[in-house]
Design a protein around this ligand. Structure first.
Ligand code: C5P
Length: 234
């Protein structure tokens, strides 16, 4: 069956599937610097589809709504059709990455409570930070919706942190994207993978895309993604 493409991004393709579902196919591409650097890492699509499925199932088991319906094939998920909001929502437990460059915060500072940030999905402008006024001005989210999303982020954090902690892993930060279903309800879409979160173990081994961002060999990155999937699948 020839699948009709709905959208294609740097690392995933969305296809039509049925009147209520899409297919979400994970590519082998890995990118950094808003697409400035790009490589093909064979097997990555499968690793990220499987990793996403583990986390979406975990959230669903904890009564958090996601677009996950099921697994279609090795690198493809069946997902609910959503109208995606072009905003990246980041929750940070421990300071690293863009926040230590943007603000007078030191690498490794612990945020209690965690910090939640909204960014516009706009590679050309390097995903600028948004406040509630910006979100309203661009008709992306009302203040109430933004606050609801912050609550969901906190709940997701509690569930994912506990799950990872039990496996000896520390969740530094993660990014989620939200969409609306046909009833206008906010639902978690996109992916939950090592491309979109930062995870280290107690010995400070990095498992996530920071390895690629720091210029590690693709073989090292793939090994970390594989090891992580094995750990969370146990
Ligand atoms: O780069 P920054 O520190 O803002 O990233 C915060 C979190 O959001 C990290 O887990 C990173 O992997 C994720 N992220 C993402 N997509 C982006 C930017 C950041 O998934 N475009």
């Amino acid at each position: 069956m020839e699948l009709k493409k709905v959208a294609e991004g740097k690392t995933k393709i969305v296809y039509e599937y049925s009147s209520s579902y899409y297919l979400l196919r994970f590519k082998d591409s890995i990118t950094a610097g808003d697409g400035a650097r790009k490589d093909e890492m064979s097997g990555k699509g499968t690793l990220n589809a499987r990793t996403s499925a583990v986390f979406f199932k975990l959230l669903e088991e904890n009564s958090i709504k996601t677009h996950f319906v099921g697994v279609y094939d090795d690198n493809t998920l069946i997902v609910k059709r959503l109208k995606m909001i072009p905003v990246e929502v980041v929750l940070r437990n421990i300071a690293t990455g863009s926040i230590v460059k943007r603000l007078p915060i030191k690498e490794g500072e612990v945020f209690d409570p965690p910090i939640v940030e909204f960014f516009l999905k706009d590679d050309l402008r390097h995903d600028p930070l948004l406040n509630y006024s910006h979100l309203r001005y661009f008709k992306l989210l009302t203040k109430e919706e933004a606050e609801r999303i912050e609550e969901v982020m906190m709940k997701v954090n509690v569930v994912m942190r506990k799950f990872l902690e039990e496996k000896g892993l520390i969740l530094y930060d993660f990014k989620l994207e939200f969409g609306k279903d046909e009833n206008g309800e906010l639902i978690i879409g996109d992916e939950i993978t090592l491309d979109s979160m930062r995870v280290r173990d107690k010995d400070n081994r990095i498992y996530d895309k920071d390895l690629y961002r720091r210029g590690e060999a693709l073989e090292v990155v793939r090994k970390a993604y594989e090891d992580f999937l094995n750990i969370i699948s146990r």
